[in-house]
Design a protein around this ligand. Structure first.
Ligand code: ZN
Length: 228
């Protein structure tokens, strides 16, 4: 398993010269908590700075709790850093004799663009061709979430899901297609509201065998993605 459970995002506090606390390897984190209490305080203070900088009054009614609320929100939005893949998988690999394609499609996800720190979201479609093992159905959406709930770019997320599954299940091939709407393209920049970005990663048979790839794409096309 090559994926590290916890990358170390550098956190710097503009308000402080001393080294900021980091969430890596610190004790005392509650389950699901990404940021330590100290880190939350750093985030909350930084949000207060932003509010001041844009001419707002951070103490006014309505904004008073916003810095702490934003800090707590990052725990949830960036939970993927804190997932232990071993725990997530929890022995959900099974030896079976099944040599047909497995496809899990329309997996809803929400991620954060690392360039703008605002959301991109959409659907991931994951397929693989088992060799000797299959993975429990519910685990694939969790894998997608583990990589989505981080600061991301869509291309990397797509690739990470594919290579993680390949390392784990050792199938004959893996295909991942992700389609997403990026708020940084919708609310700002080109302001094209219906533009979607589609990325794919094809490994093994999915890359080398046109008919495998086409079978996967046909599964995905059937019914289409809901509601994007
Ligand atoms: Zn962006």
């Amino acid at each position: 398993m090559t994926e590290k459970t916890r990358k170390n995002p550098k956190r710097k506090s503009p308000a402080s010269k001393k080294s900021p606390p980091t969430a890596t390897g610190n004790n005392g984190l509650r389950p699901g908590q990404v940021l330590s209490d100290d880190c939350r305080e750093v985030v909350a203070n930084s949000v207060r700075h932003i509010l001041n900088a844009v001419g707002e009054d951070p103490s006014r009614n309505g904004l008073a709790d916003t810095p702490d609320r934003v800090a707590r929100m990052y725990d949830e939005l960036l939970q993927g850093y804190n997932v232990d893949p071993e725990q997530l998988l929890n022995n959900a690999l099974f030896d079976v004799e099944y040599d047909q394609m497995v496809v899990v499609k329309d997996i809803e996800f929400y991620s954060m663009c690392e360039h703008h720190m605002i959301p991109f979201f959409g659907y991931a479609h994951v397929g693989y061709l088992p060799d000797t093992q299959v993975i429990g159905l519910s685990k694939i959406p969790r894998l997608v979430d583990m990589f989505a709930r981080r600061l991301q770019v869509q291309e990397r997320m797509t690739h990470q899901v594919a290579t993680f599954l390949e390392d784990l299940v050792k199938p004959l091939g893996v295909g991942v297609v992700v389609e997403a709407t990026h708020l940084c393209a919708v609310m700002r920049g080109v302001k094209k509201h219906h533009t979607r970005m589609i990325t794919s990663a094809m490994l093994g048979d999915f890359r080398s065998n046109v008919s495998t790839r086409e079978e996967f794409m046909a599964h995905i096309r059937h019914g289409g993605s809901p509601g994007l």
